[in-house]
Design a protein around this ligand. Structure first.
Ligand SMILES: [Zn+2]
Ligand SMILES: [Zn+2]
Length: 68
């Protein structure tokens, strides 16, 4: 079986389980792993931002309530 990454003709090493579920060579497995990690980091970053936005909103709300 060959690597399913487009344009790659190397022998497949393992399944890219966390990402595309395709059989890829070691090189592409690492590459896809990096991409997954990158996406995941971005996701965490976004999550972190939305959490801090939420915290700001909550604080604003609490301030408004205590002023009334
Ligand atoms: Zn993949
Ligand atoms: Zn490959």
């Amino acid at each position: 079986m060959t690597c399913e990454h487009s344009g790659c003709s190397l022998n497949a090493f393992s399944t890219c389980t966390n990402h595309c579920k395709q059989n890829v060579c070691l090189e592409h497995l690492i590459e896809h792993g990096d991409r997954f990690l990158h996406d995941f980091t971005n996701l965490l970053d976004q999550l972190d931002k939305s959490t801090s936005n939420l915290t700001t909103e909550m604080t604003n709300c609490a301030t408004q309530v205590s002023q009334e």
